[in-house]
Design a protein around this ligand. Structure first.
Ligand code: ADP
Length: 487
């Protein structure tokens, strides 16, 4: 089967968050299953080019319709982590992907609608006829519309689209001019098709993807329920209900070639279930790197984008709760919002002289590996969480997750003290209420167990390391979906 993954992110060269890990991990899994996979991405100026090998121009003068004119693009190919990738580079004064950052511009909807059109035009012109086009999030929601409204009649009638919702909080709601920009007619502005369910004058790109795709997935079973039946659907509940027959949750996996303390090249000491001593040496290395004192204390960590979704106020609170309860606290976080960044910079300055605390504000892929390896606990107090990868990575590294029980966090972390799971499946600490008391109850229990019942704490670490959240199982689910929609 030939599968074209069209997305706005793919690790390791273009990563903002979990979407990049998923496109990367799922692509590698499909390649392992002997499928032909290509990932199609915008050619951002801010990509990590050193992670792409054999980059070369493979198609010149791709003319892509844009309003009443055409924009010329060059197309490159290269290989990253064994994944064949295609990069589309528009050559116009709009500089769609030469902005120094991936997202956050006023014209984001126009940039990614253009990318969707360019990806379709490239597949069409270069003679590619994917069996499956797998699109991700609002950025590529328009692609199935373009396929069915334009390219199907041009000879791409056999391609089927699987569309994955990674975060329904961002839907790409934009003005109707996006239709003319992309070469689509305004007759698509109906409640059944592209019109936003709340703002009647607007187009909703994520809704477009849901309506036009052959199958729609989201990244965990719990989140699939939440967005269909609760306000977490942010207005898409009725659309998901209408299309419930082609909608389901598939839990994300993690690429254990990248995230595994037994083989991880980014950490100083490797370890596993059978030889755990490296974990403690990594803890010492983390302390040394972050200039923390070497004391008999657990390290509580946060590795996260810093935004409201991630529960920034509870992250702040966990700093003080950890320090007040004889734990050390380390954070690796970056935010897109100035007010949130300023808040954490303020916190960092006020705690600068504390030998038990370090806040690293920024994005650092390599350092994140040492955080997972060196910490004892990872706190994830999200307001909502479609799947969440950090808790899954933490478990693989013997770091006990302390999470709010929502979305994929509730599907993957099972409480040490409560619930009906057998003991060997209990892997962390969970809390329900999105407030300080909820966080304190779970984090307090975690730190208490570390001090008072170290053997049981160690058992929790081993339980987590023994769980299998590799792409193996989820890759199988996706293969079933692909086969189902091709049939
Ligand atoms: P989201 O996609 O909402 O950001 P996920 O838990 O799905 O959350 O994925 C987060 C990914 O981004 C993980 O691989 C995590 O290690 C990584 N990450 C988050 N913040 C940082 C950071 N500041 N530096 C390095 N990696 C980070």
């Amino acid at each position: 089967m030939y599968i074209a993954m069209v997305a706005s992110e793919c690790a390791p060269m273009a990563k903002v968050g979990g979407l990049a890990d998923v496109v990367h991990g799922l692509s590698r899994e499909l390649l392992r299953r002997n499928q032909a996979v290509e990932v199609i991405l915008p050619m951002y100026d801010c990509m990590r080019y050193e992670r792409i090998f054999g980059l070369e121009k493979c198609y010149a003068d791709l003319w892509v319709p844009y309003y009443d004119q055409w924009i010329r693009c060059d197309v490159f190919r290269g290989v990253a982590d064994d994944i064949p990738c295609i990069f589309i580079k528009p050559l116009s004064k709009d500089n769609f992907f030469d902005r120094g950052i991936f997202y956050g511009h006023q014209d984001d909807a126009a940039r990614f609608a253009f990318f969707s059109r360019a990806a379709m035009e490239f597949m069409y012109k270069s003679g590619r006829r994917p069996d499956i086009i797998h699109c991700h999030d609002w950025q590529t929601g328009l692609l199935p519309v373009l396929l069915y409204e334009i390219y199907q009649s041009l000879g791409m009638g056999n391609s089927r689209v699987c569309y994955t919702l990674h975060n329904v909080h961002h839907q790409g709601v934009t003005g109707p001019q996006i239709l003319r920009q992309s070469g689509l007619g305004t007759h698509l502005m109906t409640p059944e098709k592209l019109r936003d369910n709340t703002h009647v004058g607007a187009v909703n790109l994520m809704k477009a993807g849901i309506v036009y795709s052959n199958f729609v997935t989201t990244v965990s079973p719990r989140y699939a329920e939440e967005i269909r039946y609760t306000a977490l659907g942010h207005g898409l509940q009725s659309t998901l209900d209408t299309h419930a027959g082609k909608f389901g949750g598939v839990l994300n996996g993690v690429d254990y070639g990248t995230w595994n303390p037994e083989v991880d090249g980014h950490i100083p000491y490797r370890y596993g279930v059978d030889d755990f001593s490296g974990k403690f040496r990594n803890k010492a290395a983390l302390r040394q790197r972050l200039l923390l004192q070497d004391k008999f204390k657990p390290i509580v960590a946060v590795v996260s984008r810093l935004d409201q979704q991630k529960g920034v106020q509870l992250i702040s609170h966990s700093v003080f709760h950890a320090l007040a309860n004889r734990a050390q606290f380390v954070l690796l976080g970056s935010g897109a919002e100035k007010a949130i960044n300023d808040h954490f910079w303020g916190l960092k300055h006020s705690l600068n002289d504390n030998p038990d605390c370090h806040l690293e504000i920024g994005y650092d892929e390599e350092l994140s590996h040492l955080y997972y390896a060196g910490a004892d606990m990872l706190v994830i107090p999200s307001a909502f969480e479609p799947c969440g990868l950090t808790q899954i990575i933490a478990m693989k590294y013997g770091t006990v997750p302390v999470v709010r029980a929502t979305g994929g966090l509730a599907d993957t972390v099972f409480d040490a003290n409560y619930g009906d799971k057998p003991h060997e499946e209990r892997t962390g600490f969970t809390f329900k209420d999105f407030n300080e008391a909820g966080l304190e109850s779970a984090l307090g229990r975690a730190i208490g167990l570390w001090y008072r019942f170290p053997r049981y704490f160690h058992q929790l670490r081993l339980n987590g390391m023994r769980q299998d959240y590799s792409w193996n199982q989820s890759g199988g689910h996706y293969m079933n979906i692909f086969n189902h929609i091709r049939a």
